[in-house]
Design a protein around this ligand. Structure first.
Ligand code: 6PG
Length: 468
């Protein structure tokens, strides 16, 4: 009898099945297209890893309570698959959704399946194909007793944090796990866009070749924000074209796809009243990238010139400043994500522990970085602190702010689009401005709509006859 079933044999499902089997778990797998299951079993099957052609056979071969991990496309496919599996499961059995599902769908599905006695457990899985095989970061949410039934199994397959702990923790009830995964992806979007902007500064502002770009990313990777995304930034800049001469990145079409998690994060930030400048800028950058023919046409219409590199300071002077600015923007991407998680904990009544979340993101996942040990220590020492109030964050951003000012002034002058670097600076300036211009907005609102305003010099709510 198997410990675990995996339904859906895309690259993630396949690699998680291999990972679990390699670690001694007995795994049964199923795929809607049976030939895919057979191919997989031919390549990787063993006594520990067996395939089934029907859901009935699969479910019949599981230990109770039956634990079925769904690794299928988020959205309708998940609902349809869950209905089919739910039909053959028994009371007390567990379905785990390992896809990038919207947390509201997870809440709905948990209630729906509970009505028929089957547990639904939402779990974010990060790390891509490699992470699935070698150890992902897992972000589970759901009923505590279901977590108890899954915990020993999940601990076997996960990545390790920097102190050797397991990159999994029970995050809270119903949609908490998928929410944390969504925010993880929002941070991922912002960091990736910031890295892409640094690349654009080098390529378009300075006309640097791949070797110099690689050297820059190697320095960032060796610095305080070093992690998976900085490492693969270095790798992709230094990859030769496998289908022609030159560098591979130079032949890649400049339109970025997206599956929705970044957009959900931006929408959630708006809903909860959290400043989501960086993730929103990153999503918008993907949106503008998607209309490549339109951009090419408008570049001509608007007579966009190649950046005037002569007006820029020497690259040797700019490189360390760009690195500090980039590191500041990356730090702000985490800060923005943690601020959203803090607001979500309150709005949805989830016991989100930011120190624990910083810990389980240290291994396996896409945004893993050594800076997460600092976030973990910061939140452990001050669990209720706002991210921007942590002393080490203050120190880092006091250094990064002048660099962001210098770099964004430079990119504005050279006409290089840097929405996340610029957004990071503007977000930070806004959040550290003692007297903002919002008194002006209040004046306008009160003038045209008698919306009233408060005063600095006395208590109360006031309306004035402006202009009289
Ligand atoms: C991960 C990734 C993974 C994927 C996202 C984002 O944590 O392993 O976040 O889930 O990269 O689906 O994909 P898009 O960039 O296509 O939205």
């Amino acid at each position: 009898m198997h410990d675990l079933a995996i339904v859906g044999l895309g690259p993630m499902g396949q690699n998680l099945a291999r990972n679990a089997a390699n670690h001694g778990l007995s795994v049964g797998v199923y795929n809607r297209t049976t030939s895919k299951m057979r191919d997989f079993i031919t390549a990787h099957g063993s006594e520990q890893l067996q395939g089934y052609a029907t859901l009935e056979e699969l479910v019949g071969a599981l230990k109770t309570p039956r634990r079925v991990l769904l690794m299928v496309k988020a959205g309708e496919v998940t609902d349809l698959t869950a209905e089919a599996i739910g039909g053959v499961l028994s009371e007390g059995d567990i379905m785990i959704d390992g896809g990038n599902s919207l947390f509201r769908d997870t809440i709905r599905r948990e209630a729906h399946h509970r009505a028929r006695g089957v547990h639904w457990f939402g779990m974010g899985v990060s790390g891509g194909e490699e992470g699935a095989l070698r150890g992902p970061s897992l972000m589970p949410g759901g009923e505590p007793k279901v977590w108890d039934a899954l915990e020993p199994l999940l601990r076997v397959i996960v990545a390790k944090d920097f102190a050797g702990g397991d990159c999994v923790t029970h995050l809270g009830p119903d949609g908490a796990g998928h929410y944390v995964k969504m925010v993880h992806n929002g941070i991922e979007y912002a960091i990736m866009q910031a890295l892409a902007e640094a690349y654009t500064v080098m390529r378009d502002g300075y006309g640097l070749e791949a070797e110099a770009q690689e050297a820059f990313f190697a320095a960032v990777d060796a610095g305080p924000m070093g992690g998976f995304l900085t490492e693969i930034s270095r790798i992709i800049t230094a990859t030769k074209d496998d289908r022609g001469a030159g560098w591979l990145l130079d032949q890649v079409l400049d339109t970025a796809g997206q599956k929705g998690t970044g957009r959900w994060t931006a929408v959630e930030a708006l809903k909860l009243g959290v400043d989501g400048t960086l993730v929103t800028a990153a999503v918008n950058a993907r949106v503008s990238s998607s209309d490549q023919p339109g951009r090419v046409a408008r570049a001509e219409q608007y007579a966009r010139q190649a950046p005037d590199t002569d007006t820029l300071p020497a690259w040797a002077d700019t490189a360390p400043t760009l690195q500090t600015a980039l590191e500041g923007a990356m730090l702000l991407a985490y800060a923005e994500g943690f601020a959203l998680l803090r607001a979500a904990a309150e709005a949805y009544d989830w016991p989100l522990d930011l120190a624990e979340i910083s810990r389980i993101w240290q291994g396996g996942c896409i945004i893993r970085s050594r800076v997460l040990t600092q976030w973990q220590a910061g939140f452990a020492a001050a669990p209720q602190a706002q991210p921007l109030a942590l002393p080490w964050v203050v120190a880092a951003l006091r250094t990064a702010t002048p660099a962001l000012q210098t770099v964004t002034a430079l990119t504005a002058r050279a006409a290089v689009s840097t929405p996340v670097l610029t957004g990071a600076l503007q977000r930070h300036l806004a959040h550290t401005t003692a007297r903002s211009g919002a008194n002006f907005l209040q004046g306008l609102r009160d003038h045209f709509g008698a919306h009233t305003y408060q005063r600095l010099d006395r208590e109360g709510v006031f309306h004035s006859a402006w202009g009289s």
